[in-house]
Design a binder for this molecule. Sequence first.
Ligand code: EPU
Length: 338
Amino acid sequence: MPHIEQHKSLKKYNTFGLDVNADFFTSINSIDELVEVLNSEQFLSMPKMFLGGGSNVLLTKDYHGLIIHNYLKGIDLVKREEDFVYVKAASGEVWHDFVLYCIDNGFGGVENMSLIPGSVGAGPMQNIGAYGVEMKDVFHELEAFNLTTLQIEKFNNADCKFGYRESVFKNEKKGQYFITSVTFRLNLNPTVNTTYGAIQQQLSVMNVEHPTIKNVSDAVIAIRSSKLPNPAVLGNSGSFFKNPEISASEYERLKNEFPNVIAYPTNAGFKVAAGWLIEQCGWKGKVVGSCGSHKDQALVLVNYGNASGDEIYQLALAIQDSVFEKFQVKIIPEVNII
Ligand code: EPU
């Protein structure tokens, strides 16, 4: 049985740096350890929550149950074809470490997602994405532990029902599985994706004409570092809200009233830049108590040190209300509020 701690502060285990306590806490290094914990009499009927990098949660209160911290590690090359490799990463690996492993080995596909905070296992959970690439574009399959049957099951790309920051694990299968590993299909002859405006610009600044995956990764790291606060310095969990998707007719209405609105066409209509909506409501850089909306990216809520999760939640609600009042557009949190 892995070591169990009681009344454990979760401050170090969430990127907002919120100091809430868990009644019980354990770190698991293997599936066997997980099975032992799940089968133990003491925890059978107790609420349980898995935490990876803690980069997508807002902990608003103490957790009365068992926190299982994912410490599954390992990256293995499982298959090599002429143009592709399949690499299996344990879900507790740090996402950016995995990206660096791919770049060091010349495996293309994940470079645009450099420096996204969190663990490998959190990636498919909400189909992480950045700078024109999403998890689903490099995903081959995953293994997940069914918490009811205690069996490992495999999910392919279609099974995961990936959408914009969505997957089956956030919806109909919520709380039923623990992702143990993710296998990626990566390109041995990568063509880089620099279509996202800021990347081209950054590559020019870096004087790079024929970018490699390492160049793209460096460009993304530079862009992210310039406008997204580092959670190790200033508590945050990246974009707090999703960019809302609206219909073409709603977009027309918005565009008529607000000609400068920033939005991108999608299959279903338009995706509006939530950061722009929030900025227009006057929140960008505003400090409310110990938290606020970041000065360089309004979509990122930050903890200036001593904020409580509830304070950040109240701020999020106030932002949501004012965006709705001004634009009649509902913005929905990307972050899981616990
Ligand atoms: N904008 C503003 N004001 C702001 C922030 C943004 O006007 O305060 C405008 C920008 O000028 C730009 C547009 O909004 O024209 C989009 O901004 P940005 O490129 O910064 O991207 P985003 O849509 O705000 C999304 C993802 C990020 C990802 C970036 C880059 C979501 C919810 N967020 O942000 O992902 O890094 O694109 O691909 O989709 C995350 O999910 O946690 C995350 C950081």
